[in-house]
Ligand binder design. Structure first.
Ligand SMILES: [Zn+2]
Length: 151
């Protein structure tokens, strides 16, 4: 029997209190709660990230982070929002979905060189691994993100 300390326990950053939770992969399907602040770590909805919380989620989480860079005045962004919302239920807990309002968080848009919105960017292990500009449907987003994660 392998000792339990050798089991891989991926880190998940709580979207509510930003603390890092270690959750065994097998427990993820049971809708684990945050060990510190209690609400579920995954809510079936994209989380809102700000300049203050972005880096922590990108660098400390062991699962890929799919970010929708959007703005309130952008029509295609509004059209894509419900599709992206739907994807959270499909992709969690394998992928965490997040939204960055580029109007409220211009530093993040500058930092990642976001030139058009909506732009989807996929991060893993603190690095950006894929990017796609333009609105997409829910199924296309899942297909694109899944192929980027396995490649
Ligand atoms: Zn928490």
């Amino acid at each position: 029997m392998p000792e339990s300390r050798h089991e891989r326990q991926p880190a998940h950053v709580c979207p509510h209190c930003q603390s890092v939770n270690r959750v065994p992969a097998a427990k993820l399907a049971d809708q684990p709660n945050c060990g510190r602040c209690q609400p579920p770590l995954f809510t079936g909805a994209p989380i809102e990230l700000t300049t203050a919380t972005f880096t922590r989620h990108v660098e400390r989480s062991d699962i890929p982070l799919l970010v929708d860079f959007w703005a309130p005045w952008c029509g295609p962004c509004k059209m894509m929002a419900p599709q992206f919302q739907q994807d959270a239920r499909l992709l969690e807990p394998k992928v965490r979905l997040a939204k960055v309002d580029t109007e409220a968080e211009p530093q993040l848009a500058t930092r990642f060189g976001i030139r058009s919105i909506p732009t989807l960017a996929l991060f893993r292990g603190g690095r950006e691994i894929a990017r796609q500009a333009g609105a997409m449907g829910a199924k296309d987003i899942v297909r694109w993100a899944s192929s980027a994660v396995v490649s």
